[in-house]
Design a binder for this molecule. Structure first.
Ligand code: EPU
Length: 415
């Protein structure tokens, strides 16, 4: 796994580009197996998780071709198969293939995606939803075996608005006979993107962007789609500029989807300007703490930006507290921040941060994707040199964070 070296305490200046969204691209790629023809996706990020999803699609017989940000997926000739354990276990979102495979093949054999370092990640709501649509599902030796001669529309009420379970249900519902009603569905922008893509491909979906989706099964056809910009990558770069100081425009940052982060940055007294082509951050590194921030489902504050914001708050004026409501173990990065002199304390699902006047570079280890990004931001703020091992995790979601941050003047390199 690659390591990253940062010489910190340098202002950032210029324009930084944002890639296409990981969490929109992954379910859309899974959806392409429902289309017996060629899908063309523009702005598809070149990240590890996407490459892994492509390998999974190829093992089912899809032909895939990348040309810069454009991906062509030809799913004319596909077949159900046993998917490689290492690919399935390589990322959590392989589970979204379950609904799509059931829709295309009427059966699916897929390994269990397992838990991960940010907390327990069960799939009970995914399986419940697919069962409600008529799938028979059993678990044998760690394999999920799902079968459905015919998927049938049904009403599903989600106990919690799970992003992945909503996606799985949508993918199976577009291939089901009749109408499916999804109640208390997730409304993250990535769900809206998946529905928008499917609609372009001929799916009948009403209520997009609301907690109740009505989906009527219908045949899908070939289509082209532009993957939206990644709100979490955009948020990470806004926070990088706030932390390091300087004047940076984050191009294509989706302001509407980043409303909660923008509110936080304003409360921290960091200057932000919305332009037609992006958001500008001007920071002199003098910013206030946030007394109580709670992560929540969309439109609340995104859990995927929680670690990066926490890193920035280590040098705020005053004390901050972050309550993590989505995952039960998403403060793994805090011990690494403490090695740099940050004053952090975890209690249950809360992280208490006492603002300090500065961090000191150190040797750190990334343990997950967003936690790794948080350590990179801390490295930008710190005095001296920071080396972060385990940055392969970061490559799962960021095309090239070293390239992007270098483009605005950061002294950052792979080592
Ligand atoms: N949950 C259950 N049972 C289920 C499904 C979820 O108990 O069947 C629980 C989870 O354990 C978790 C909560 O519900 O505590 C929310 O999980 P959700 O299903 O909404 O999340 P996900 O689909 O597994 C997606 C993103 C995550 C992001 C979350 C929340 C993708 C590929 N992943 O995960 O992104 O944090 O939604 O917004 O879309 C990341 O990009 O770094 C990342 C972790």
């Amino acid at each position: 796994m690659s390591s990253i070296r940062i010489e910190g305490n340098r202002e950032l200046c210029g324009r930084i580009k944002v890639q296409g969204s990981k969490n929109a691209a992954l379910p859309i790629l899974a959806a392409t197996i429902l289309i017996p023809g060629t899908t063309i996706l523009e702005n598809c990020p070149a990240i590890k998780d996407v490459e892994l999803m492509l390998k999974l699609l190829e093992s089912m017989g899809c032909h895939t071709e990348r040309n810069g940000g454009q991906l062509k997926i030809d799913a004319s000739r596909t077949a159900q198969c046993h998917l490689k354990k290492e690919y399935i276990e390589g990322m959590r979102s392989s589970i979204i293939l379950l609904g799509a495979m059931l829709g295309r093949f009427g059966e699916a054999h897929i390994g269990y995606p397992g838990g991960c370092v940010i907390g327990e990640r069960p799939i009970n709501y995914h399986l419940e939803a697919l069962r409600a649509l008529g799938a028979g599902i059993r678990i044998e030796e760690g394999q999920i075996i799902a079968e459905a001669e015919k998927l049938k529309g049904s009403t599903i009420h989600f106990a919690i608005s799970s992003v992945g379970a909503t996606e799985n249900a949508i993918l199976a519902a577009v291939a089901a006979e009749g109408m499916t009603i999804l109640e208390n569905a997730a409304i993250e922008p990535e769900i809206t993107a998946l529905c928008g893509f499917l609609r372009l491909a001929g799916a009948k979906i009403e209520g997009i962007g609301t907690r109740t989706l009505r989906i009527t099964g219908s045949p899908l056809h070939e289509t082209n789609y532009f993957v939206p910009y990644d709100r979490i990558v955009a948020g990470t770069y806004l926070l990088a500029a706030a932390a390091a100081g300087g004047d940076v425009v984050v191009e294509h940052a989706p302001a509407e989807e980043l409303k909660e982060l923008i509110k936080c940055l304003k409360n921290m007294e960091i200057d932000l300007y919305q332009h037609d082509d992006g958001i500008e951050v001007i920071s002199d590194r003098n910013y206030q703490a946030l007394p109580h921030l709670v992560t929540a489902e969309y439109p609340g504050f995104a859990t995927d930006l929680q670690p990066q914001l926490a890193a920035v708050l280590t040098c705020a004026k005053g004390n901050s507290m972050i309550e993590e409501k989505i995952f039960d173990n998403r403060f793994g990065y805090a011990a690494e921040l403490a090695k740099m002199g940050a004053s952090v304390r975890i209690q249950d699902r809360c992280l208490f941060i006492k603002g300090t006047s500065g961090l000191q570079g150190n040797l750190l280890e990334a343990k997950d994707l967003r936690g790794g990004a948080a350590l990179i931001l801390a490295g930008l703020m710190a005095e001296g040199i920071t080396r972060i091992d385990g940055c392969g995790f970061v490559e799962r979601g960021y095309e090239d964070i070293v390239r992007d941050l270098s483009s605005v003047g950061a002294k950052i390199s792979y080592c």
